[in-house]
Design a protein around this ligand. Structure first.
Ligand code: SAM
Length: 261
């Protein structure tokens, strides 16, 4: 699957994704994944950053609020339109650009850092993406990205629950199946049933890579791994947002920070 096919799928998701994520239905992102990502993020105050696969821009704005001068880049025009509309209403100095993360059109050494929240496993050629990021980072700059955890969310995954419905184990399969745009169809699980019934599920092309492949691609791009994060919901967060309680059994997300030395 090439970038134009990927773009078409995300463009078809963008409207519903924006409406429902902004309405608070992306529980994993809001309750767990983004807070943990920001906790792992080094200080970015005064730095120039690129958010790759920025979607409608919620996470780009969160990084901008930490004091960074941000550019957001995404392949789906509707996401960029929503992100720009929000920037016009509540300016944070973010420049949103429509583009492909596999061929980022900016001069070498343009950015102090790059973030990519849950977008790299959606890009077809991650080797090329990582090499491009190495090119656009200043020496000493870093990339921090989050992906579905390669080990615990490979192409086949199922929560195993006890008689009370609580997640107690995870069944995984197809770990070595490095999918090339296999379509996964789903909606944010907390959307009420009557609304779900009239929505078309998202259509997400997935490019799963094993942990070994991720590390190989990072090393080949000339980047040095400096931090891993595997967010787990606290007891408190799991009580407040029960849907994320399964991250107490095994992580769903992997955060990786790498540096251009
Ligand atoms: C799971 S969404 C995450 C959006 C946002 N980062 C967030 O955390 O809310 C993945 C995003 O990656 C974008 N994307 C996929 N392939 C891309 C590519 N080749 N270049 C740029 N963006 C891409 C999609 O359009 C989508 O906005």
């Amino acid at each position: 699957m090439d970038a134009s096919d990927v773009a078409a799928h995300w463009e078809s998701n963008a409207e519903i994704w924006t409406i429902y994520s902004r309405a608070g239905y992306d529980k994993y992102r809001d309750a767990l994944n983004t807070p943990a990502f920001l906790e792992l993020l080094p200080s970015v105050a005064g730095l120039t950053g690129l958010d790759l696969g920025c979607g409608e821009g919620t996470n780009t704005r969160a990084v901008a609020r930490l004091g960074a001068r941000m550019t957001g880049l995404d392949i789906a025009p509707t996401f960029i339109r929503y992100a720009r509309e929000t920037e016009a209403q509540d300016p944070l100095g973010i420049d949103y650009v429509l583009g492909d993360g596999q061929s980022i059109d900016v001069p070498e050494a343009s950015f102090d850092f790059v973030t990519a929240f849950m977008s790299m496993m959606d890009m077809a050629d991650q080797r090329q993406v990582l090499m491009g990021i190495h090119r656009i980072l200043k020496p000493g700059g870093f990339l921090q990205f989050s992906v579905l955890h390669p080990c615990f969310v490979p192409p086949t995954r199922r929560n195993i629950r006890d008689q009370n419905g609580e997640a107690v184990a995870v069944q995984v399969a197809d770990y070595f199946d490095e999918t090339d745009g296999r379509i996964e169809r789903w909606l944010f699980s907390e959307i009420p049933a009557e609304e779900r019934a009239r929505l078309t599920p998202f259509s997400v092309p997935r490019f799963h890579r094993t942990l070994t492949s991720w590390v190989s691609m990072i090393v080949e791009a000339g980047l040095m791994i400096e931090a891993f994060g595997e967010p787990m919901a606290s007891q408190e967060v799991a009580l407040a947002e029960p849907v994320v309680a399964d991250t107490r059994v095994a992580p769903i997300f992997l955060h990786i920070r790498v540096r251009k030395t």
